[in-house]
Design a protein around this ligand. Structure first.
Ligand SMILES: Cc1cc2nc3c(=O)[nH]c(=O)nc-3n(C[C@H](O)[C@H](O)[C@H](O)COP(=O)(O)O)c2cc1C
Length: 191
């Protein structure tokens, strides 16, 4: 009984990296991730969330997203770096909830490299004259040719929470991301 559980725990821990690596693939449903933040307004905290595309996974499972640095999420992350990234694989019935912290990067070599490789057709995501969320008189914002508002959103995970729905009930584990790139303290949770 104990032996069986240990082996299954390893199996489920391994699913974390499998799901993350699948999320890098443009043809996979996991490529679009829900990234949540905290918005502080008038002294009150409100949850916020949006869909983002996973662009890169760096060492120690750091997740890299692209954005416009004037977007509300950037202000939110600068005020409160805590975030959750959420993935759900409908076919496998697995949810991966990742807690971590955000760093906005507009100056590293990684940033410059990513900015210089943005395809022409994707520049529209970072080149409006007004900031994302600004009011418009019609549906077409004015644009420049440059991507001067591009930024990297770098997500540093600290905890992974994986839930697998099965006909017999949910199976859930939690594991910590460590500085040396290992997943540690894996344990079962009530689903
Ligand atoms: C399929 C899809 C993919 C998206 N990918 C990104 C992305 O990679 N980066 C991004 O900043 N916004 C992306 N967006 C737009 C965001 O969901 C959001 O509307 C926008 O970034 C403004 O968010 P904010 O007001 O929370 O800053 C995407 C939206 C959709 C529907």
């Amino acid at each position: 009984m104990i032996q069986k559980q240990t082996s299954s725990l390893e199996h489920y821990t391994a699913q974390i990296d499998l799901l993350l690596n699948r999320a890098l693939q443009k043809i996979d449903q996991l490529h679009w991730i829900t990234l949540s933040s905290v918005q502080v307004k008038g002294g009150e905290s409100f949850p916020d969330a949006r869909t983002v595309v996973l662009r890169k996974i760096l060492k120690n499972r750091e997740l890299v997203f692209y954005t416009d640095k004037r977007s509300p999420k950037v202000t939110q992350f600068e005020r409160n770096k805590n975030a959750v990234a959420l993935l759900y694989d409908r076919t496998a019935q697995m949810q991966l909830r990742i807690k971590g912290t955000i760093e906005i990067d507009t100056q590293s070599a990684l940033y410059e490299n990513a900015r210089d490789q943005i395809p022409n057709q994707a520049k529209v995501n970072y080149n409006t004259l007004l900031a994302p969320g600004s009011a418009l008189l019609n549906e077409n914002p004015d644009r420049t040719d440059e991507v001067i508002h591009f930024a990297l959103v770098r997500f540093h995970p600290h905890t992974f929470d994986l839930l697998h729905l099965t006909p017999e009930g949910g199976i859930r584990i939690k594991a910590k991301n460590t500085d040396d790139g290992m997943l540690s303290d894996a344990r079962w949770l009530v689903p």
